[in-house]
Design a protein around this ligand. Structure first.
Ligand code: ZN
Length: 376
């Protein structure tokens, strides 16, 4: 069962790198890449560990991207083995980060070692790994991308090793992600005795018609690559706990998952227009957690499809579904971004695992993609 990818996956999983901790994962990876001729640059920032490494000076640049951090284990007693002791059962490797995404990192590192041990492909191989993907993701990939942009670093192609597969390895890749926009609304009323509504102003009564109007809006119809933009209210608070008091305040939180058919600014303007029309006394704060991105097709997508057919006899589905990922930051450099990694059905769950039989094939696929992208 031991193999280069299996062994490195286990070494990484044994490190308790809950966001934003890295616990030496990048030191371990960096040392191996340095032995393979990579030039390393640590762009650590605000307690987040970031590694940018390159081998080669000519274009085009193919970057492998991923994260060393993991989400917390949660209720450890619910796990069948210690989440930070990589454990083999029934052909699977169990532990936090097994699928998201220490096996992906290990497969990338081993693929890069093999690529550079042979006559290295043309172009430049690069790595962008961070310890802050699962958290606020401000000081990780985003920070590195800002530096790359400032120095005019070209980055034509990026393969993100996030777990994208559904039922078998390589059956789904992602070529984009929806944007995510959060709003927090506070509607002010005037508190008063419930028997004297004329002397108060009820923020619940004021806000409900506006919220209902927002709920019913068709924001866009999506497009060929994205489903329609969705609006969901996630939290709604009002009331003092007393039955005879009109409350002074209502608070509503909501989220847009939006396609490239809409923009964050356009959605904000529409929401504001509705609130104004209803005459609310309100405060509204926004947090844009990700712009949508889309790589409609190119040399990287071609290479991924050909490699999956050749190595695994799989024709992948192409999706922009799921949550946000660091691909959204990298795509702002004009990069073609594809996400491809192990099966994702246990990520962030108790008893997260990866099939051991998928580990070496994943490294073969990553190496094959690099060869195809950088060949002549
Ligand atoms: Zn991940």
């Amino acid at each position: 069962m031991s193999s280069p990818v299996f062994d490195l996956t286990c070494e990484l999983m044994a490190r308790r790198s809950v966001t934003p901790a890295d616990e030496g994962c990048l030191d371990l990876i960096g040392a191996r890449l340095a032995r393979s001729g990579f030039t390393l640059e640590r762009i650590d920032h605000e307690g987040v560990s970031n590694l940018w490494a390159t081998r080669g000076t000519r274009g085009p640049v193919l970057c492998f991207a991923g994260h060393t951090d993991v989400v917390p284990a949660g209720d450890v007693s619910a796990w069948h083995s210690d989440p930070f002791v990589p454990t083999v059962r029934d052909g699977h490797l169990y532990g936090r980060g097994a699928a998201d995404m220490k096996s992906g990192l290990a497969a990338m590192v081993v693929a890069l070692e093999r690529l550079t041990a042979q006559s290295a492909p043309g172009g430049t191989l690069a790595v962008l790994f961070t310890s802050d993907e699962e958290g606020v993701a401000i000081h990780g990939t985003r920070r590195v991308v800002e530096q790359l942009r400032a120095r005019g670093q070209a980055l034509e192609y990026c393969l993100v090793g996030e777990p994208s597969s559904q039922r078998r390895l390589g059956d789904l890749l992602r070529n984009g992600r929806r944007g995510s926009l959060n709003g927090r609304l506070r509607v002010r009323g005037v508190q008063g005795h419930i028997a004297y509504p004329d002397r108060a102003r009820n923020p619940i009564h004021q806000a409900l018609p506006a919220l209902d109007e927002l709920r019913a809006i068709v924001w866009d119809g999506g497009n060929a690559f994205f489903p329609a933009t969705s609006f969901q209210i996630s939290n709604l608070y009002a009331g003092t706990g007393a039955e005879n008091v009109i409350p002074p305040l209502l608070e509503a939180w909501f989220n847009f998952r939006f396609s490239t058919a809409s923009t964050a600014e356009g959605l904000k303007a529409q929401v504001t227009a509705v609130l104004e029309r209803h005459g609310l006394d309100y405060e509204l704060t926004w947090q844009l957690s990700g712009e949508p991105f889309l790589s409609a097709g190119g040399r990287l997508l071609d290479a991924v499809q050909h490699t999956l057919a050749a190595e695994l006899a799989v024709t992948p589905g192409i999706s922009t579904g799921g949550g946000t990922s660091d691909g959204r930051f990298i795509a702002t450099l004009g990069t073609e971004v594809i996400e491809l990694g192990p099966i994702n059905d246990t990520i962030h769950k108790v008893d997260e695992c990866v099939a051991i039989a998928d580990l070496e094939p994943l490294a073969k696929v990553y190496a094959g993609i690099a060869r195809r992208v950088l060949a002549g």
